[in-house]
Design a protein around this ligand. Structure first.
Ligand code: PMP
Ligand code: GLN
Length: 387
């Protein structure tokens, strides 16, 4: 009776990172880089602190950062968000998601989510009194190795009670990305509904093989009904700074800020000023695909020489691998065994489903994070070859 989230334990990321530390395993589980951000970015925080930016910043985020976010989105995707009325700086994408869900979902509302999905979505929907309505991604087929959205199934899941459609591309944990045809389908599906689109684009700058990120901000009709969420954690190798944002039309932003101001009020001032300044140079994020593609290829090719069967990853810093040639135990058990017996921590796919088990179409899969130094990946691969 007391618990509002009776089915929720400690997040898998915390569980696996703790086990990795205890066992001194290489942590390819939780998604974070094992290297430092650009030293210039670190110096900018120091400068911001010395310039006196050490007290509460403006509730929606400091002006230079909201302006820099607006400029970047307009240049890359075309949509002009107004920094004063449409952009709110948050403590990472996680808080942006909770804020967006709390501000829009009423008890009894349905929220369509694509599964597998990031583990905060379903508990956030439940806390708001909403009902998650999962739609599975199509799993890889022999003639098509990618996870894909089956838009007919998304359309079928939308009812008169649907408040939000929650999407996340590039997709954690499968690496799936959207293309232009997907945006067409999405536009058609939501066009004559009252559904708000919540688009978690935390990995917007990690898209491989020369593909351009299909942001909802490329489509005016989608942007007009969407909450767009971003995070600087993945883009600038600063997951520990917890800096993200949400962009939405002014009327929606009014509602988002009502929640934001009482959830955190505002977020770290020197970090905001530093990132605002750093955003003046587009090269750090424009170079990110090349940087991570080399790491993806290193891990993918290396895993091909093991008994794991890696799946191609078109985006994010994750890839999934099938371990059915090694073991038939469930994913969580396998991940713990791999960590304790072989010294490599990974995340079980089951953690990305609202139910305790992965569906039969997507079993015996674990997620590897390749946001690591080459030497870390190589040592992990040596260990994995012995599995
Ligand atoms: N959304 C997705 C899909 C994620 O993978 C993550 C975490 N990496 C987040 C949101 C949370 O991002 P942040 O660390 O900025 O809170
Ligand atoms: N998003 C990161 C991941 O998927 C982890 C974030 C967290 O630890 N909550 O690994």
């Amino acid at each position: 009776v007391l618990s509002k989230l009776p089915d929720v334990g400690t997040t898998i990321f915390t569980v696996m990172s703790r086990l990795a530390t205890e066992r001194q395993a290489i942590n390819l589980g939780q998604g974070f880089p094992d290297f430092n951000p650009d030293s210039r970015l670190i110096a900018l925080v120091d400068e911001a602190m010395k310039a006196g930016h050490n007290q509460y910043p403006f509730m929606p985020g400091v002006a230079p950062l909201r302006q820099a976010i607006a400029d970047k989105i307009e240049t890359l995707y075309g949509h002009a968000y107004h920094p004063d009325t449409d952009i709110t700086v948050t403590s990472g994408a996680t808080q942006a998601l909770m804020t967006a869900i709390m501000a829009t979902v009423h008890p009894g509302d349905e929220v369509v989510v694509l599964e597998p999905c990031y583990d905060s979505y379903v508990p956030a929907i439940r806390l708001a009194g909403g009902t998650p309505v999962p739609v599975p991604l199509r799993t890889p087929q022999t003639d098509d190795p990618y996870y894909r959205v089956e838009w007919d199934r998304v359309r079928a899941a939308i009812t008169s009670r649907t408040r939000l459609l929650l999407i996340n591309f590039p997709h954690n944990p499968t690496g799936a990305v959207l293309n232009d045809a997907d945006l067409d389908a999405l536009e058609k599906i939501v066009s004559d509904t009252g559904v708000i689109l919540l688009s978690d684009e935390a990995y917007e700058h990690i898209v491989f093989d020369g593909v351009l990120h299909a942001s909802i901000a490329r489509r005016p009709a989608l942007a007009a009904r969407s909450i767009l969420i971003g995070s600087f954690g993945k883009t600038f190798h600063i997951t520990g700074w917890k800096l993200g944002y949400c962009c939405a039309p002014a009327a929606l932003t009014v509602e988002l800020r009502k929640v934001h101001q009482f959830m955190v009020f505002t977020v770290s001032s020197p970090m905001q000023f530093a990132v605002a300044e750093y955003l003046k140079d587009p090269l750090p994020y424009l170079n990110l695909p090349t940087f991570y593609q080399a790491k993806r290829d290193r891990l993918f090719e290396g895993l091909k020489k093991t008994r794991f069967r890696p799946l191609p990853s078109p985006g994010t810093f994750f890839l999934l691998a099938d371990y059915s040639a090694i073991s038939d135990v469930p994913e969580a058990e396998f991940a713990k065994w791999l960590t304790t017996e072989h010294g490599v921590a990974v995340i079980p796919i089951a953690a990305f489903y609202g139910k305790p088990d992965a569906p039969s179409s997507n079993r015996q899969m674990v997620r590897f994070c390749f946001a690591k130094q080459d030497a870390t990946l190589d040592t992990a691969l040596e260990r994995l070859q012995r599995v």
